[in-house]
Design a binder for this molecule. Structure first.
Ligand code: 9N3
Length: 238
């Protein structure tokens, strides 16, 4: 494994997030708060120091793409402005490896909150599926807040959110009954998106929960549609 000081944490958090995502939404602790076709969004209402830090878990099924493609476009900084509408600026502060970056994002101000930025490492990896040999490998993309010497310390200017986010994807292929080639019509990608975001500075809990409710369903719908459009008519990346 690459000898980088962040590597042990990247390894640990990525695998923890994989287990957390695979727990699904059992246990009755998750409240369904948005539904749109195959997409179901759940949250838990939690406060840390009087701040709403509502863990979110979304499950979705997308036809015609693979988990590798879905996590690739989630990870890739080059395309982020095409689907992440709350972004104002983004800078790759460090390229640790071709699948591991440190990113600084400045988000658009969302009334009534003050402007926020996010500093996190971003990692994408294939996890061999050791249980079911017929199934495809699992792909995970994980973003987790970190410190970095290149990041501006914005005294008083910007509030820094802290976040842990993962996108876990499992592809399944229903091969064509006539033994023909596998096309995108035979692909199904099961997605679990998990996020815990501490908004940093104080935001009225009711306003923050309204933002969650509005922003998250939009974000996941927009992102998955973006990947479908990008992959359409392109060779399949398994
Ligand atoms: C809504 C709230 C949970 C508080 C929130 C507030 C802000 C700060 C800016 C902002 C955005 C929207 C509304 C309010 N403030 C950012 C984020 C956020 C950042 C990153 C990711 S990601 O999945 O890593 C995709 C890459 O950008 C997801 C969510 C969330």
């Amino acid at each position: 494994a690459p000898a980088h000081p962040l590597w042990p944490e990247i390894e640990r958090v990525t695998l923890e997030q994989l287990q957390y995502a695979r727990l699904g939404v059992e246990g009755g602790v998750w409240q369904l708060f948005a539904e749109d076709g195959e997409m179901k969004m759940y949250k838990r209402e939690e406060e840390v120091d009087g701040l709403a830090v509502d863990p979110l878990k979304a499950v979705h099924t997308v036809k015609g793409v693979t988990g590798r493609e879905m996590t690739h476009y989630f990870f890739s900084p080059d395309v982020r402005f095409e689907w992440e509408t709350t972004l104002e600026q983004m800078k790759v502060l460090e390229t640790i490896a071709d699948d591991t970056l440190v990113i600084l994002q400045i988000h658009k101000r969302v009334w009534p909150a003050s402007q926020r930025d996010a500093l996190f490492w971003s990692h994408v990896r294939r996890v061999p599926n050791d249980t079911d040999r017929d199934a495809q490998d699992i792909w995970i993309a994980c973003n987790h807040s970190t410190e970095h010497h290149e990041a501006p310390s914005n005294e008083g200017k910007m509030v820094r959110v802290s976040l842990t986010v993962c996108l876990v994807c499992q592809t399944s292929i229903e091969p064509p009954s006539d033994g023909g080639p596998v096309t995108r019509d035979h692909l199904t990608c099961k997605i679990t998106y998990c996020s815990v975001v501490n908004p940093g500075g104080w935001v009225p809990t009711s306003a923050l929960r309204a933002v969650y409710k509005r922003e998250y369903p939009k974000f996941l719908k927009r992102f998955t549609q973006y990947v479908k459009d990008r992959c359409d008519k392109q060779p399949i990346l398994f």
